[in-house]
Design a protein around this ligand. Structure first.
Ligand SMILES: NC(=O)c1ccc[n+]([C@@H]2O[C@H](COP(=O)([O-])OP(=O)(O)OC[C@H]3O[C@@H](n4cnc5c(N)ncnc54)[C@H](O)[C@@H]3O)[C@@H](O)[C@H]2O)c1
Length: 444
């Protein structure tokens, strides 16, 4: 029994042990039972005001991110069973009843790959329903979530063994993730990203969401998929602009924490764009990793390093927020003129000027970064990104991040720190220089 300084308060810590199917409280000082123990604890507090309990229950999420080729080839098991690490479990499930899958697919992706998806499930004799939806940014709202939920409900799935599959860009993955996190409180789901942006960003973390009340991703959850399957061949059919869009998130990771990736993008960004990040056959056979494989791998590894320890964003100091302070405001205010990654890049470009104004970057480093952005065919300035919008976005940020700006800024090429303040003087000077030097680069 622990006594606080105040003698009228007492706290007792209990562990939980399961004996013959029943959970029993074991106090720290009196271990009454032996059995399977839980990581959860119950703290019992007695005070003059009465009795209270505090529950501490750690929740562990396990999810797999798997790079694969030919995911829609019927001989490939990944789409059906890749989420299970365990062959025995797969055999038990597939032998016990007909396999069933509910698939939500972006409408455009369905036009391009829908027949292959159908052929895959038919060849594997899977009972399936494929729901194509117009998962665009303008439609990213609760109506789409409700539509998915109604269809899932009427199709009927076993929420333990039949994950919902999302095939599409970041919007599709976010919307399906939210629907799955709501259906029967949490139904497993699988992400199959088909855009570069969703391949390296939206698919590897835990966040789901839709836009609400004019705000970007204002409704959502932190529920990761059971698995993400990454097949780069989908990217071949993306328009070039969408590839540049994804490159912005890759450049973010390079600037924040990987100089090697920055140098790769600086030297080969244009070639990567042109090849749509596809490896040529000879490089696929060679032992040495080609640039497309290396750049996507590093982007995912660095992203996972930053996300895994902070899946629920309890720690608000997040390097991956670079480019995401002003961009949500800008993206929503000009919708659909700017793509997500384009708005992120405009934000990063301004922040590079702020970093230089603060003495964190040299003029040469700043110039190299802007040149790299232009090489990736990303916009570096936008007429609607006014100083008033920037100030409003930063004051919103201040409101929602526990009284501190928590602003990631580059401190070199491939290194960064979180800063908690922003002087008005530095912001105005950086903004003016940014506009003077880059406004002629035009809006994209
Ligand atoms: N959850 C997260 O952590 C996270 C992270 C980053 C971004 N996001 C979200 O992701 C969204 C942006 O994702 P996006 O850039 O993938 O946009 P998107 O989902 O709107 O897709 C872009 C366009 O590409 C088309 N498309 C998709 N795959 C294609 C293919 N293989 N070939 C041809 N066309 C294809 C789509 O129909 C769409 O028109 C934003 O809503 C953003 O909030 C979420």
């Amino acid at each position: 029994m622990l006594s606080n300084n105040n003698s009228s308060q007492q706290q007792t810590e209990f562990n939980l042990v399961q004996v013959n199917g029943t959970w029993i409280r074991n106090s720290q000082h009196c271990q009454q039972a032996e059995g399977r123990s839980s990581a959860a604890k119950i703290y019992e507090n007695k005070s003059d005001h009465g009795l209270s309990w505090t529950v501490v229950s750690p929740i562990v999420f396990t999810y797999r991110v798997i790079q694969c080729k030919n995911i829609l080839d019927a001989r490939n098991d990944t789409l059906l069973w890749g989420h299970l690490g365990d062959q025995k479990l797969k055999d038990t499930i597939s032998n016990s009843k007909p396999v069933k899958r509910f698939v939500v697919i972006d409408e455009t992706v369905n036009q391009l790959y829908g027949s292959q998806v159908t052929q895959y499930f038919e060849a594997r004799t899977v009972v399936h329903k494929i729901l194509p939806l117009p998962t665009t940014e303008e439609n990213k709202c609760m109506e789409l979530v409700t539509k998915i939920l109604e269809e899932v409900h009427s199709f009927g799935i076993d929420r333990r063994s039949e994950p919902i599959i999302a095939i599409g860009g970041g919007v599709c993955l976010d919307v399906v993730g939210l629907a799955a996190s709501l259906y029967r409180r949490r139904t497993p789901y699988i992400r199959v990203p088909t855009t570069l942006l969703s391949y390296i960003d939206a698919s590897v973390g835990a966040k789901t969401g839709v836009n609400f009340a004019g705000g970007k991703n204002k409704l959502g959850s932190y529920i990761p998929p059971v698995a993400t399957f990454l097949d780069r061949s989908f990217i071949q059919t993306l328009p070039q602009r969408q590839i540049s869009n994804g490159m912005a998130e890759m450049l973010k990771m390079a600037l924040m924490k990987h100089r090697g990736l920055f140098e790769l993008l600086e030297a080969e960004g244009g070639t990567l764009l042109q090849s749509k990040l596809q490896s040529c056959e000879s490089s696929e056979r060679s032992e040495q990793e080609d640039s497309a494989t290396a750049s996507t791998r590093i982007a995912i590894e660095t992203m996972l390093e930053e996300l895994a320890p902070n899946l629920w964003e309890d720690d608000l100091d997040r390097l991956v927020d670079f480019g995401h302070l002003i961009s949500p405001e800008l993206e929503m205010s000009v919708l659909p003129a700017l793509l997500h990654g384009e708005a992120v890049n405009i934000d990063m470009s301004l922040m590079v000027y702020v970093a230089q104004q603060r003495g964190l970057l040299t003029a040469e480093e700043k110039a190299r970064i802007i040149q790299c952005m232009l090489g990736l065919q990303l916009p570096v300035w936008h007429q609607d990104c006014t100083l008033a919008l920037v100030q409003k976005a930063l004051s919103e940020r201040l409101k929602h991040s526990a009284g501190s700006l928590r602003m990631p800024l580059p401190t070199g090429l491939g290194s960064a720190e979180i800063f908690h303040d922003m002087s008005e003087d530095i912001l105005c000077k950086a903004y003016c220089k940014w506009t003077d030097e880059l406004s002629s680069s035009g809006n994209k």
